[in-house]
Design a protein around this ligand. Structure first.
Ligand code: NI
Length: 182
């Protein structure tokens, strides 16, 4: 089942996702539906708040990137915590399925260490760099109530204000379904 993607302006995108345990109801179904939703929208990552679930769960699948030179990563992250970020900051033009048709440069550290559980609730602690690290940082922000536009300068934000309002009102012309803020 494909979920509608929660659009910018919905309060759920600002909430911190709660940790979940192994008895979370129908988790496999949720993951399957999220994967279908992400692929349908050609996303490289999707976080649970973007489908209306305020939980600490996100997925990354960089195979949808057009540039195939990036290191591939396909992983579910549950109850994740970034322990450390380091390395030189670099800029990349980010986008977000909840904020369609807006792309802006965001600076992030090149490396990170993240502790997380996979879909079988097995714990991992891993280092990432390059594009996988970038997507993890973006999706991790989602489960912490943060969006990439938060990193922009006040001037940039002001320039984007009308576009953001338009997205909240359903004005963005996208080929996937969106859930608009009430
Ligand atoms: Ni996003």
């Amino acid at each position: 089942m494909i979920f509608p993607i929660v659009a910018y302006g919905d309060k759920i995108l600002r909430k911190i996702g709660v940790e979940i345990s192994v008895d979370y109801p129908e988790l496999n179904q949720l993951i399957e539906n999220m994967r279908e939703t992400m692929e349908n929208a050609h996303g490289v990552g999707l976080a649970a708040p973007q489908v209306g679930k305020s939980i600490n769960l996100f997925m990354v699948d960089t195979s949808a990137f057009e540039d195939k030179t990036y290191t591939k990563l396909k992983q579910i992250f549950i109850n994740s915590e970034i322990k450390e970020e380091w390395g030189e900051e670099w800029e990349f033009e980010e986008g977000c399925l909840s904020i369609p048709l807006i792309r802006e440069n965001v600076k992030r550290h090149s490396n990170l260490t993240i502790r997380f559980q996979d879909e079988n609730f097995k714990w991992h602690e891993k280092d990432f760099d390059g594009m996988p690290a970038r997507v993890i940082q973006h999706e991790y922000d989602h489960v912490k109530g943060k969006l990439f536009v938060d990193y922009l300068s006040p001037l940039k934000k002001r320039l984007l204000k009308n576009k953001l309002i338009n997205i909240s009102k359903g004005g963005a012309d996208v080929d996937y379904k969106m859930r608009l803020p009430k």
